[in-house]
Design a protein around this ligand. Structure first.
Ligand SMILES: [Zn+2]
Length: 329
């Protein structure tokens, strides 16, 4: 109290005010921090909405059973599309990564980024795979079989998945090429409804291309971004319009400082809806006097790029040198 009495006299008043103001700021900051922390915890802990499962689905997805080989819906399906979790609708696998293993279950040599969790099976030998979002049982992953250059086989029960045909309007995937893929990813991954993104290569002649090979310009591949989105939140048209805002579609076979066909402006469309939407957006830009050179071509296989190219700016920090809102006239 002596201290306070002293502070209340003369110059002390001023000191007390500073002291109390500081205390108030600290308390508020701590409270805000606490609220933010609580909110993020709530967000992380929020359970995904789950579909109602029938008994056969429960036996595999919940009780970790296995469907009989060659009996599932998808072991022999090689149509373009996406495989989602049967229980929570999270995208798990792209049809591009499905291969013929002859084992009687759908086999993939890669998964969508972060879609699948690998855990030691109760048998102590195998590696079980479950959906990262809902924990539903998918199957097992095997390595060392050398069936494809990726040397990995996700052996998945058909019943744990639901297939979305690339021709469907519920297909939540788009492929854009707009110069260096680091920058295209940086901007598009921040858009509402975008669930995940992967940088990679498409449109060329070679299988399992590497960055080094693509850089030579001889493979015919273009640096592209694969966007997996939630069709209930956003759509192909919205994402395509944004794609035109973040790169310069009037530059042929280059983008800013990056020169070569691998930096072409291109949209690989999966179906007629996507083709028409892309062509309409381009026609509207042309009407505004913007000489768009963006190619609109049918989607072919997408090859994910090396791990160190993924989320490049998120890992490195900073803002892309090559992309950003561009004036096109
Ligand atoms: Zn799931």
């Amino acid at each position: 109290m002596r201290l306070f009495e002293h502070m209340l006299k003369g110059r002390g008043n001023w000191l007390l005010l500073v002291f109390l103001a500081g205390l108030l700021v600290l308390t508020l900051a701590a409270k805000t921090g606490q609220t933010a922390k609580n909110n993020s915890e709530v967000k992380q802990m929020k359970q995904p909405e789950l579909n109602v499962l029938n008994d056969a689905e429960k036996a595999v997805i919940i009780d970790k059973g296995t469907e009989r080989a060659f009996t599932g819906k998808y072991h022999d399906n090689y149509q373009a599309g996406l495989y989602l979790c049967r229980q929570c609708n999270a995208p798990l696998y792209r049809a591009d990564d499905k291969f013929k293993s002859g084992c009687g279950w759908p086999s993939f040599d890669d998964e969508l980024p972060g879609a699948v969790k690998k855990i030691k099976d109760a048998d102590g030998r195998r590696i079980e795979i479950v959906c990262s979002k809902c924990g539903g049982h998918l199957g097992h992953v095997f390595s060392g079989e050398k069936m494809t250059p990726k040397n990995s086989r996700h052996c998945v029960n058909s019943i744990s998945m639901q297939f979305v045909d690339a021709k469907s309007n519920q297909y939540g995937r788009a492929i854009f090429g707009g110069g260096c893929f680091w920058g295209v990813e940086y901007y598009l991954q921040q858009q509402p409804g975008v669930i995940m993104t992967t940088v990679g290569y498409s449109g060329g002649k070679t299988a399992y291309p590497t960055y080094r090979e693509v850089c030579t310009g001889k493979t015919g591949h273009i640096e592209v971004l694969e966007v997996i989105f939630d069709p209930a939140v956003t759509d192909f048209t919205k994402l395509t319009k944004y794609f035109f805002k973040i790169h310069n579609p009037t530059q042929l076979n280059r983008q800013g400082p990056d020169i070569g066909e691998q930096y072409s402006s291109v949209i690989f469309y999966a179906n007629e809806t996507q083709r028409k939407a892309a062509e309409k957006i381009i026609a509207d830009l042309q009407k505004q006097g913007i000489k768009v050179v963006t190619k609109v071509i049918p989607a072919v296989r997408f090859w994910p790029a090396e791990g160190y190219h993924q989320n490049y700016y998120r890992k490195k920090g900073g803002v892309p040198y090559c992309h950003g809102p561009v004036k096109k006239k």
